[in-house]
Design a protein around this ligand. Structure first.
Ligand code: PLP
Length: 384
C-alpha cells in the first residue's frame, strides 16, 4: 500500500499542486485540462472587488445572495459557508445531541466522510445504507440525512427521496440533504425538484460543483433552523468570507443549464471510444468514470498495490504527462478515488475527445509498466 492514511493524502495533494504550478509557470494555464467538474471559478468585476472589505462586502453581496441563492436552492433563507463540509458539520453540531441517532440514505455508498466524522465528533450513533428496503428510523433519532447525488454522481430516486422525507416528518425529525452536486445534477439532468421543494429542512450545495463558482458551500432551508445553525457557523468560523460570497453570487448567476445538457452528448462519444480498449468505464450524468476496482480489473499485471493506489497513480500519470486534472491527485483526505472525466466544465469544451482517449490509453500503459515497481509508483505519487 502506498497511500495509507490522511497524512499520505495531504502529501500526495501537495505534490499534485506542485505539478500544477509547474505547468502554469512553464507552459501556461491553457496546458492544463481540469476535468474534475470542480471549477473553482472566481467571476468578479473590478468594481465589485473594490467592495471586498470585511463589513462592506457582506452588506452588499450577502443581501443579493439571499435572492439569487433562494432562486437556485429554494427554501426561506440561505447561508454561505466555507465548504459543504462546514455546513454539514454546523448542522450536526446544532441539531444532533450525544448518543442520539443519525440515519442516512444515499443511492450508493460511500457517504461523504464529513457526515460520519461530524457525527463522531458530537458522539452520535451513525447509520447509513444504500438499500432503500433496509432504511428505517430508530427511536431517539435527531437527524435524517439524504444525499441527493453521491461523490460519484449516483443520483437518488425521487420517489425514495419523497418517502424518506415523509417518514422523517411523520416523526417530527428534521431532514438535511447533502446536495453538493445534486442541486444541479438532479434538477437539470434528472428533472427532479429542488431539495427544499421536496420538503428538506436543510439542503447544502457545493458552489464549485458543476457551476462556475468558488470552493464553498451554500445552505438553504427553513429560516428558524438556518438562524440556529448560523450561530454555530459564526462561533466556529465556518462561514464563507466576502470574496467567496461574491464569487458564489456570480457563479450562480453564470450557471448555464445548457453546459450540463450538452455534456451528455459528448460523454456518449467518449464512452464509445473508451469501450474499444477498456471494459470497466461507466457513464456518469456528465462524463465517464472508472472506479478503483475497475482500474484494477484493467491492469492485468501482478502487483501488491491496493485498488486505490492504482487510481492515485493513474491520476498522477494523467496530470504529469498530459496536464489532465482528475480528482484522486488533488482531492482532500477521504474523498472517493474514482477517476471521473467530467465534460461539463470550461476546459472540457476545448478538448478533442480522440486526444483524451489516447491520453487515457497511454496512461494505462504506463500504469501497467510501473505497478510491479513499488518505489517507482511511490515516486509518481509523492515525488520522493
Ligand atoms: C463534494 C462533496 C461534499 C463536500 O464538499 P466540500 O466543498 O469539499 O466540503 C459533500 N458531499 C458530497 C456528496 C460531495 O460530492
Amino acid at each position: 500500500m502506498i497511500v495509507n492514511n490522511s497524512l499520505d493524502e495531504v502529501k500526495k495533494r501537495e505534490n499534485a499542486l506542485f505539478i500544477i504550478k509547474n505547468f502554469v509557470e512553464n507552459k501556461g494555464r491553457n496546458s492544463l485540462f481540469d476535468l474534475t467538474g470542480l471549477s473553482g471559478g472566481f467571476i468578479a468585476s473590478s468594481s465589485e472587488i473594490s467592495l471586498l472589505e470585511t463589513y462592506v462586502g457582506p452588506a452588499i453581496f450577502e443581501d443579493e445572495l439571499q435572492q439569487v441563492g433562494i432562486k437556485h436552492m429554494g427554501g426561506e433563507k440561505v447561508l454561505p459557508l466555507n465548504r459543504t463540509s462546514s455546513g454539514i458539520l454546523a448542522t450536526i453540531l446544532t441539531l444532533v445531541s450525544k448518543d442520539s441517532n443519525v440515519v442516512h440514505y444515499l443511492a450508493e455508498l460511500p457517504a461523504h466522510p464529513s457526515i460520519p466524522r461530524s457525527c463522531k465528533l458530537v458522539g452520535a450513533n451513525y447509520f447509513e445504507t444504500d438499500n432503500f428496503d433496509e432504511f428505517s428510523i430508530p427511536n431517539n433519532t435527531s437527524l435524517v440525512v439524504i444525499t441527493g447525488s453521491t461523490m460519484d454522481h449516483k443520483v437518488i430516486d425521487v420517489d425514495e427521496f419523497k418517502k424518506i422525507i415523509e417518514m422523517a416528518h411523520k416523526r417530527n425529525i428534521p431532514v438535511m440533504v447533502d446536495d453538493a452536486s445534486g442541486a444541479r445534477l438532479r434538477t437539470v439532468i434528472f428533472n427532479q425538484p429542488k431539495a427544499c421543494d421536496l420538503g428538506a429542512d436543510i439542503a447544502i450545495t457545493s458552489t464549485d460543483k458543476l457551476m462556475p463558482g468558488p470552493r464553498g458551500g451554500l445552505m438553504a432551508g427553513r429560516k428558524d433552523l438556518i438562524d440556529e445553525i448560523k450561530v454555530k457557523v459564526n462561533q466556529f468560523g465556518l462561514e464563507a468570507q466576502p470574496p467567496a460570497v461574491l464569487a458564489m453570487l456570480n457563479g450562480i448567476k453564470n450557471f448555464k443549464e445548457d453546459n450540463l445538457i450538452n455534456s451528455i452528448k459528448r460523454k456518449d462519444e467518449l464512452y464509445e471510444l473508451l469501450c474499444q480498449a477498456f471494459t470497466n468505464f461507466e457513464k456518469t450524468p456528465t462524463g465517464v468514470m472508472i472506479s478503483p476496482e475497475g482500474i484494477s480489473g484493467e491492469v492485468k499485471v501482478s502487483h501488491n498495490l491496493s485498488d486505490n493506489d492504482l487510481a492515485f497513480i493513474l491520476s498522477f500519470i494523467l496530470l504529469k504527462d498530459y496536464g489532465v486534472i482528475t480528482i484522486p491527485a488533488v482531492s482532500m483526505p477521504g474523498a472517493s478515488a474514482t477517476i471521473r472525466f467530467d465534460l461539463s466544465t470550461n476546459d472540457a469544451f476545448n478538448l478533442d475527445l480522440k486526444d483524451l482517449y489516447n491520453q487515457i490509453k497511454f496512461s494505462f500503459d504506463k500504469l501497467k509498466d510501473v505497478v510491479s515497481d513499488e518505489n517507482a509508483a511511490r515516486d509518481i505519487i509523492f515525488n520522493c
